[in-house]
Design a protein around this ligand. Structure first.
Ligand SMILES: Nc1ncnc2c1ncn2[C@@H]1O[C@H](COP(=O)(O)OP(=O)(O)OP(=O)(O)O)[C@@H](O)[C@H]1O
Ligand SMILES: [Mg+2]
Length: 436
């Protein structure tokens, strides 16, 4: 129990913004020590109490000054527009391999990452699947003083329980059946650099205890060896689980949680940063075009509209996959039918699967064959006109020329279906502006 061996509180501790996190960490270790200890002798209880009182005094002393500093910096941030915050980040030569816009939630996460990067403090990144946690871990490494040192990634969810210890800490030859050679573990490989512990929520309790020991002692032991090996490794962990909830349920050790989350970063889901969808569509559109060696695909207004409002349960990864698919399957212009079947809107699914003449919902509810035929014909007519307007950017004259139709007849049909060519012209113009 490290807390019992710690020197009693140092009242000259620097009052940096980080020191609050340090204090909270100490308090939580104290709490966890009490929680996980089955028995304590009186002298130990006395010592813990003294440490708790010293911590309380420290908090009181720091509180006034810290709050003042924090309030001042929050004030400064409030004065800056999101655009200015984004530019400021980039001007401070912040390394970021990807793209980001003016979304305040993401800017907040990036600003925390920027401040945390040069320190050696552990960082815990959480967020839904596909929100960019791994990318963020690399950003923290790339912007820190260990950037030219190893970056080792470990997927804690993918290692079988019985191999976990050997994978993380290595083993000695003969330590177990199959250990034919001495082998370095991930921690040793990451010495002087950063270790990224992905899917940390999946780490079994036995692995959590071992990890906690490394975090406290900064040394590891290979399986089958008594010899401690010092490791200097910066830890960044990620999870799409709610670790606080896991702690409440007894599935994750609270003391490990506090050790790992000295800096805690939450990445917003794409649904919380919809404003950046157009930016991401064009970023991945260019990336996919370069990868597939073709010109960036154009998107029809209805596809663009759909992609702007889609739910993206798989977040940026799903958006990226969709754009790669469109770029691969579409000609010059991508449309709804190029989307994966499970992503497409339901009504277009009927059209795409059975052909336009089969019609949409109206056909299935028609009360006679004649009505079904009329509805199907109407729906096919409307779909044809819509596609034509998209392809001609809303120019009725061009549409009439292309399909050799009489212009006034065409105008009449558009009116019948409530289609406004102006809307298609505006959408096409918006499309062009975004592409520029
Ligand atoms: N801001 C961004 N700009 C460009 N690409 C991004 C951005 N954020 C994430 N990506 C890309 O989205 C994809 C998913 O990101 P990443 O693998 O980091 O997500 P994750 O949160 O680790 O997902 P999971 O929980 O499923 O492991 C990757 O291809 C990544 O490069
Ligand atoms: Mg990941």
């Amino acid at each position: 129990m490290k807390i019992l061996d710690q020197p009693e509180s140092d009242s000259t501790a620097p009052t940096s913004a980080i020191s609050y996190a340090g204090l909270i960490e100490k308090i939580e270790i104290l709490r966890s020590t009490l929680r996980w200890t089955s028995r304590l002798e009186r002298p130990e209880i006395e010592k813990l109490l003294r440490q708790a009182s010293a911590l309380r005094d420290e908090v009181m002393q720091m509180s006034h000054k810290e709050r003042f500093v924090q309030a001042a910096s929050a004030e400064a941030k409030r004065d800056m527009s999101p655009g200015a915050r984004r530019r400021a980040l980039l001007e401070r030569s912040f390394v970021f391999e990807g793209t980001f816009g003016d979304n305040p939630k993401l800017l907040e996460a990036l600003e925390i990452a920027e401040k945390a990067a040069p320190t050696d403090l552990p960082v815990l990144i959480d967020g839904e699947s596909g929100t960019g946690k791994e990318l963020m871990a690399k950003v923290i490494h790339a912007n820190g003083s260990r950037a030219d040192k190893p970056y080792i990634s470990v997927n804690c969810g993918a290692i079988p329980d019985n191999l976990l210890e050997s994978e993380l800490f290595g083993h000695r030859k003969g330590a177990f059946t199959g250990a034919t050679n001495d082998r370095k573990g991930k921690f040793e490989s990451a010495h002087t650099g950063t270790i990224f512990l992905d899917e940390i929520g999946e780490l079994p309790l036995s692995g959590q205890v071992k990890l906690l020991r490394v975090l406290e002692a900064h040394e590891i032991q290979r399986v089958g060896s008594d010899e401690p090996i010092a490791v200097d490794t910066r830890i960044v962990a990620a999870t799409n689980r709610n670790l606080r909830k896991f702690c409440d349920e007894g599935r994750f050790r609270e003391d490990l949680f506090y050790r790992l989350s000295v800096i805690h970063l939450t990445l917003p889901s794409l649904r919380e940063r919809r404003d950046e969808i157009p930016l991401l569509l064009s970023y991945f559109g260019d990336e996919a075009a370069a990868t597939l060696k073709r010109r960036p695909v154009k998107m029809s207004p209805r596809l663009r509209d759909f992609l702007r409002n889609y739910e993206y349960r798989g977040n940026i990864r799903e958006l990226r996959n969709v754009v790669y698919r469109l770029t691969c399957l579409a000609g010059d212009m991508a449309d709804i039918e190029h989307l994966p079947v499970d992503v497409r809107p339901k009504s277009s699914l009927t059209l795409a699967v059975s052909g336009p003449a089969a019609g949409g919902n109206g056909v299935t509810t028609a009360s006679s064959l004649a009505e079904a035929k009329r509805v199907a014909s109407d729906e096919a007519e409307r779909a044809f006109l819509e596609r034509g307007l998209q392809e001609t950017g809303g120019t009725v004259a061009e549409l009439a020329r292309r399909y050799e139709m009489n212009r006034s007849h065409l105008q009449m049909l558009l009116k019948k279906h409530g289609l406004h060519s102006k809307e298609f012209r505006l959408a096409a113009q918006k499309n062009r502006e975004e592409e520029e």
